[in-house]
Design a protein around this ligand. Sequence first.
Ligand code: SF4
Length: 228
Amino acid sequence: MPTRILIINLYFCIKIFKLTEKEKILFEQGKLLPLVEEFYTLQGEGFHTGKAAYFIRLGGCDVGCEWCDTKFSWNADLHQPAKTDDIVNNALKYKSKAVVVTGGEPTHYNLTYLCNQLKKNKFETYIETSGAYKITGIWDWICLSPKKHLPPIDNTFLKAHELKIIIQNENDFLWAEECAKKVEKKCYLYLQPEWSRYNSIINEIINYIKNDPKWRISLQSHKFMHIP
Ligand code: SF4
């Protein structure tokens, strides 16, 4: 297809969602959220690997990891705001009582209302965050995955139940150690190979953990299983 026609087609395909004044208020209250996708699957990585959970992916992230596998979520304006009550009702259709809120960077939003509604319905609430912004809401599990170029605010380190460092090269081990010094002693420590570098980095991670067993490995097992 000629480039000009492709650009025109893209222009008409991409829809930017602008909020009305009333929607802005609901957004601030956390009663509307920029939902990218929601799905029932198995948690593929970290401490809760293998557990069935309902995933809620929110749009918007300015952290900008070059290897990010959810770049489609970065621009929150491309995702139609969804009613938080509807999201919770959708989660209730499934058997697991675990909900994982991810992104994007979900802490861009007021998550108190979402957590309160989930808790009323007896869900366990898990969040995946880079920690770059203040976390709102009640969380049973905070998975902190800090990024060098936009590091966590300090008190987020202290709230983490799990620290997950993405390893794409040797320098990332230094970053991992720097972060490990800032979390509580009871926090679980994970090293996770960046998916596109898996083959080149996995042996180094294995050897690193054998030499320093305070770390555990986290693999993106959902990618091996070809599930979301
Ligand atoms: Fe992607 Fe997460 Fe990095 Fe944001 S913080 S760019 S969503 S990997």
